[in-house]
Ligand binder design. Sequence first.
Ligand code: SF4
Length: 429
Amino acid sequence: MISPFLLYSDGQGNIFEDITLYATGRSGWDALPVDHADWILLPEGGSLYELPGRRGIGLDVHTGEMRLCEKGWAVAAFIPPAHTGLYLAAYETGKEAPTLPLFCYTAAGWFQNKFYVPAVRIEEDIRQESAGYDEKEIEAGAGYLLKSYPHNRLVKHLMENCCMTYHCPAARNFSLGRWECPVPVSPACNANCIGCISFQPQEETIHSTQDRLTFRPTAEEIVEFTVPHLQSAPYPIVSFGQGCEGEPLLMWETIREAILEIRKHTRRGSININTNGSKPASVAALCEAGLNSIRVSMNSARKHIYEAYYRPNNYVFEDIAESLRVVRRAGGWTSINYFVFPGMTDSPEEYEAIRKFIRGTDLTMIQWRNFNIDPDWYLGKIGSADTGEAMGVRNLMDLLRAEFPLLKFGYFNPPMERIRGNFEKDFAS
Ligand code: SF4
């Protein structure tokens, strides 16, 4: 039976286990015991964070009582892509505690000389495995692309910023000529997400994790490198809509022009758009041009929770559902990029809402993403003072699997081979 001890940090970056306390997990505003079966080894590529101004909450190994660890700051884990966290780190936040940066804060513990986290591997595709990235090959690949496309601003942005500075896994895969190639296009956005990773207002104390694109690429610039990628890469995908831009649908005319031109040169691979789904009419035009799949990001299937987070300009929650239906009607693949927040995502109200949403959109896939945001800050900003009792993220997944047997679960946009072939087999492995 796995019962990890609580971890704490000395504030100097050193992490220790407290053998008087078992680690707990957070769901909404509550600290809870974690089922033994929910703990897995911290996967390769994961990292640990000390949480300044916060005291970890643990279970006394003798009394079973919940109490704070006064020995140091709380600790959380950043779990790598392809894994979904089942509980957040449980801690009490001090008055002076700074807002945490835009990363995910999964619970973590220490057991038999190893780090453990409550999580599941939700995706078998290995495209973002840390072991798969060779720095020398990436540098050579980036150099080759910059030489091959000397006047292409987008290749310059992707290689110099995304690949070599931000270490974006998608841009690194592009430098290695494989799998999903990112195509950011939009400097502007029509939403104002609280946890936007490409733009944070001056008055906020936290920073966006990358700078937003500053120019509008042309269709020619897009086509120049995406056609060779689709023609030569294994399991090729080109994806509009990346973390380093605003909303790609605001550039739909350029995207349409690019898709039409791409498909004149190759039928290979999937053309995907990651989007907030705000403009169904633009999505329809892209489907006509040849768009194959769409991924719509959402923190909740409940209108009031969604709009409290996205703070949309000139669109409403109903528009994102319609964008998904438009792609299904055109025979395309539809995913939601579902920001998982234990205690909110697995609340009974959210469960009812997501069932209705899946049925109402004929959705094909849920990508169970860890929500990269300070939990207290998020709940405070959306005005959620009481999160109530939750069903458990694993339980929610099992219920949806049982009710919607054709609905796929994962973490990444599927390549055409997986969309048209054997979903359980046809991917990078
Ligand atoms: S939709 Fe994307 S770019 Fe726009 S505010 Fe939200 S996170 Fe930022």
